[in-house]
Design a protein around this ligand. Structure first.
Ligand SMILES: *Cc1c(COP(=O)(O)O)cnc(C)c1O
Length: 469
């Protein structure tokens, strides 16, 4: 592609993108495709000769687009959001064009220094105290893995990386039974082992882990000769928004000298609003905190942020420093690849910098407050309908519900209902299990959702539920 063609197709992509975003409401949120349909439409063998951009772009529109689930659709109420506010998409284009590798300070000084500044902007925006440093990771899963590796090394007096885990005492990590599967994977990958993730039972409206049971488990493990390493607490769990009593958990961590990691991947964005910070009261005592600006806040995927109390512990765990990566003679610089598992790093700070400057915190707060209010409003409306029940009350903008029909299996009926709603295409929802029973999740979090979109959700849910019943 020569530079004239690059210009032409970049402009074409920009036109396409603007049209796409402005026509999303007219598209079904989830496509109606059968598994295997798309792969059958793609040539089996790679082309020997170059093709025209016209042909490639036409196939993108014809073969790929109809098979996309539209995460930026204003009536995407499934999972959690993965927002890409338009301004962050523009920044991401610039990042793609420069395609810099931001592993060391010297491989991209501006990316490193902007990252340092933007992480500190977010620290202030979330109301976290000075003394937290931070780093941008690709995903919360990576941040949690880095935290588990750090708690492992700290507990083993920094011998795990060198000697392996054989011959070491059995490590134990504690969490509630509401945590995300990324915690399980971090436990597997770190060698701690699934059997040594101790799942503390939860209680109360927000399904918080029982702090007394947590402490009892730590004491019992120590007496049994095992080595408690850390606790992973959760603020805004994926199923129903399960949220631990962070202050209570932090007090236990402190008494027993354990590392505390807080997973607020989704709910963390809401902490730009001071009135929601009670959900993570005590968080300033954590050793690390992860939240994903790529979820609710609007930074194009991927953009995860990890705040760290003692970066020297993280660097001691993850820095390798072969000769060719050393930057001799420069003190006081940060090489962020020493703060994460992958060596190569994208320039993620630019999109967040653009986003925060273009919208300002006040507009972002308004969006999040609206989402919470609209979600609570929908939960109230559904609760007033005799044939619906609210299964988990709203935690910020997430709640779950069930349609009640006499004489049919509730689980089967509600699974059929989710499928029928998603096949309809006007909205998109996902299901979960609450105390073993199927429930339908609903969350508002898309950047361009309006109150009218949430009204549409009410109409679609009640209409289809009654048609199926
Ligand atoms: C989304 C989510 C994760 C995983 O985030 P990734 O960035 O996809 O790894 C972990 N924990 C919670 C609570 C989440 O909502």
């Amino acid at each position: 592609m020569n530079s004239n063609e690059f210009r032409e197709w970049s402009l074409h992509a920009a036109e396409w993108g603007a049209d796409y975003r402005s026509t999303l409401r007219e598209r079904p949120v989830r496509p109606l495709v059968e598994p295997g349909e798309i792969v059958r439409s793609i040539d089996v063998s790679p082309p020997e000769h170059g093709e025209t951009m016209q042909a490639i772009f036409a196939d993108f529109e014809r073969k790929i687009l109809p098979g996309m689930t539209h995460w930026q659709h204003p009536r995407f109420f499934a999972y959690f959001p993965a927002n890409a506010a338009p301004v962050s998409v523009v920044a991401e284009y610039l990042v793609s064009v420069m395609a810099a590798q931001c592993m060391l300070w010297q491989t991209s000084p501006a990316a490193t220094e902007l990252e340092t500044r933007v992480v500190d902007w977010m620290r202030q925006a979330l109301g976290l105290p000075e003394g937290f440093s931070g780093v941008m990771q690709d995903s919360a899963s990576s941040a949690t893995l880095a935290a588990v590796l750090t708690m492992r090394e700290r507990a083993l007096d920094w011998q795990g990386n060198k000697k392996g885990l054989q011959g070491q005492p059995i490590l134990r990590v504690y969490s509630s039974d509401q945590v995300h599967t990324s915690i399980d994977r971090a436990i597997w990958v770190s060698g701690v082992g699934e059997d040594n993730l101790v799942r503390i039972p939860v209680a109360g409206r927000f399904r918080a882990m029982d702090v007394a049971a947590l402490e009892a488990a730590i004491v019992a493990d120590r007496q049994a000769g095992m080595l408690p390493a850390g606790i992973i607490a959760c603020v805004g769990g994926t199923s129903t928004g399960g949220t631990d009593d962070i202050a209570g958990v932090a007090a236990v961590a402190k008494r027993h000298g354990l590392y505390l990691h807080v997973d607020a991947a989704w709910a963390g964005s809401a902490m730009i609003c001071p009135e929601y910070r009670h959900f993570w009261a005590g968080v300033e005592q954590a050793d690390s905190i992860v939240f994903n600006p790529h979820k609710w806040l609007g930074a194009q995927f991927d953009c995860s942020m990890q705040f760290i109390r003692r970066p020297e512990d993280l660097v001691r765990t993850l820095a390798i420093k072969p000769d060719y990566l050393k930057t001799h003679g420069r003190d006081g610089i940060i090489n962020y690849s020493e703060w994460s598992v992958p060596l190569g790093r994208r320039f993620r700070a630019l999109k967040l910098w653009f986003l925060l400057r273009a919208h300002g915190l006040e507009n972002l707060r308004t969006m999040i407050r609206n989402h919470v209010a609209w979600s609570e409003g929908l939960a109230e409306r559904l609760a007033r309908e005799a044939d619906f029940e609210i299964v988990s009350e709203p935690m910020l903008s997430l709640f779950s519900f069930r349609h009640l029909v006499a004489g049919t299996d509730s689980g089967q009926h509600n699974l059929r209902l989710v499928n029928a709603i998603n096949d309809d295409g006007r909205i998109y929802l996902t299901q979960t299990r609450v105390d073993g029973q199927v429930a339908i999740r609903f969350q508002v979090g898309q950047f361009e959702t309006t109150a009218a979109d949430v009204d549409t959700a009410f109409e679609v849910i009640t209409e289809i539920a009654r048609r199926l019943a």
